[in-house]
Design a protein. Structure first.
Length: 286
């Protein structure tokens, strides 16, 4: 028979798990209640595919396609920039760093702890002027925001990928070396394929962080609700659109911003589903 402490622990953990589920459903209920109300009045297709965002005009327009495109470009580009660096740092920390490991680990954790607004100020003062000089364009654009986001999501990629690489059984590493493979060949052909599940998880979490980031992006992306022509144009993401206008929005304008959050929720859900499918297929191979 279970003692009182074990029973109390089970009840406590069950309540904690139930609270997490309840909070998620409450958030979903709040977002979808107002979001669906707006979509039923304005229409889903005009809302998703509309290129004009003018909520205070007569008549009002609530097209969020420019924000969707801006969010996808900034998130995708930042992930592409961060992925090779994140994987390289993870491999170095897992298999090459000896005396420098603790120092590098502390730096990575420090990067993760820096507030996003500090990253934003850094990008405004350091990144933006240099990008403006190099490309002879406006300082605040999607490229600046993407480089900034790639720095911000790097700790997430590195920590999870490194842990996944370290969890690969050491017998695989030593066995490959014993068969005559070099250290580099072993890492490339044995260790990374075996740790793909964790690496994909790091990418998912990094993308979620990138697409949901607000303050840092708000400071450098340009905040222009128009369809971008290139990565050197200013744009506006879904999250920055909500932050910029929620303070004074009311009525249908407020509902449209909540519906924007609903679209953002669908994007994150879709990204998770796609990567989980890819991860499961890779697990079947290995």
């Amino acid at each position: 028979m279970k003692n009182t402490k074990e029973r109390f622990g089970e009840i406590l953990f069950l309540i904690s798990a139930a609270m997490s589920v309840i909070l998620i459903f409450l958030i979903i209920f709040f977002i979808f209640r107002s979001g669906i109300k707006f979509v039923s009045k304005y229409g889903l297709v005009p809302f998703i595919t509309g290129e004009k965002w003018a909520p205070t005009a007569k008549p009002a327009s609530f097209g969020i396609l420019p924000m969707i495109v801006g969010s996808l470009i900034v998130t995708g580009l930042s992930t592409l920039i961060a992925l090779p660096f994140g994987l390289a740092v993870s491999i170095f920390m897992a298999y090459y760093a000896d005396k420098s490991y603790n120092f590098l680990k502390s730096l990575i954790n420090l990067l993760a702890a820096i507030p996003s607004v500090v990253y934003g100020f850094f990008a405004m003062v350091v990144l933006a002027p240099r990008i403006g000089k190099i490309f002879h364009t406006a300082q605040f654009n999607m490229l600046t925001a993407s480089i900034l986001l790639s720095i911000m999501i790097l700790p997430t990629m590195v920590n999870i990928s490194e842990n996944s690489l370290r969890q690969v059984p050491k017998v695989f590493y030593t066995g490959s070396l014993a068969l005559g493979a070099t250290k580099e060949e072993t890492i490339h052909h044995v260790m990374i394929p075996y740790a793909k599940s964790g690496i994909f998880s790091s990418i998912i979490l990094a993308i979620g962080r990138a697409i949901g980031e607000t303050m840092a992006v708000y400071l450098v992306v340009g905040n222009q609700p128009r369809m971008p022509g290139s990565i050197l144009d200013g744009s506006r993401t879904l999250t920055t659109n909500i932050v910029l206008e929620m303070g004074y929005a009311s009525g249908m304008h407020r509902e449209s911003l909540i519906a924007t959050g609903m679209v953002l929720f669908f994007f994150i859900l879709l990204i998770n589903i796609i990567f989980n499918i890819i991860r499961s297929k890779n697990q079947q191979k290995y």
